[in-house]
Design a protein around this ligand. Structure first.
Ligand code: AMP
Length: 124
């Protein structure tokens, strides 16, 4: 079910549980700022979720309240993951869903990295 994409942050969301180690994930990448893992219901051969470790509900929350270092870390990590997964030549898509109209289901800001096949015309 889609969430409304505004605060307050709910620490019971599934990505918060992954960050705490309460539930497992198939980790792709981790550094001090960022965790990335395979989506549990992939929409493409490569479907990776990239999240900041700090609690932000949505893109607006993240862009307003994260530090410049943290924003850079999420962007740089996403690029590194795309390159590490050999997506640069074939191509890939990075998206975020925010709020009900976008169908955001997990109220912890995240990027989807999709690739590994010719993706349907945008929006996917
Ligand atoms: P969104 O609709 O943008 O909020 O996307 C949430 C994504 O999280 C969906 O693609 C789900 O398949 C994915 N997801 C939900 N639970 C898990 C989980 N436990 N591990 C990995 N991905 C998950």
């Amino acid at each position: 079910m889609a969430v409304n994409g505004t605060g307050p942050y709910n620490p019971d969301n599934i990505f918060a549980k992954i960050l705490r180690g309460d539930i497992p994930c198939k980790k792709v990448f981790e550094n001090g700022w960022v965790l990335a893992f395979h989506d549990i219901a992939p929409k493409a051969p490569v479907h990776v979720i990239i999240i900041p470790k700090k609690p932000y509900v949505s893109f607006i929350d993240f862009s307003k309240n994260a530090s410049a270092d943290e924003i850079a870390a999420v962007m740089q990590s996403t690029g590194q993951i795309a390159a590490d997964l050999k997506l640069e030549e074939s191509g890939y898509r990075v998206i975020t869903n925010a709020g009900q109209n976008a169908g955001q289901e997990v109220p912890h800001f995240h990027l989807h990295l999709l690739g590994g096949k010719a993706l349907p015309p945008f929006p996917v």
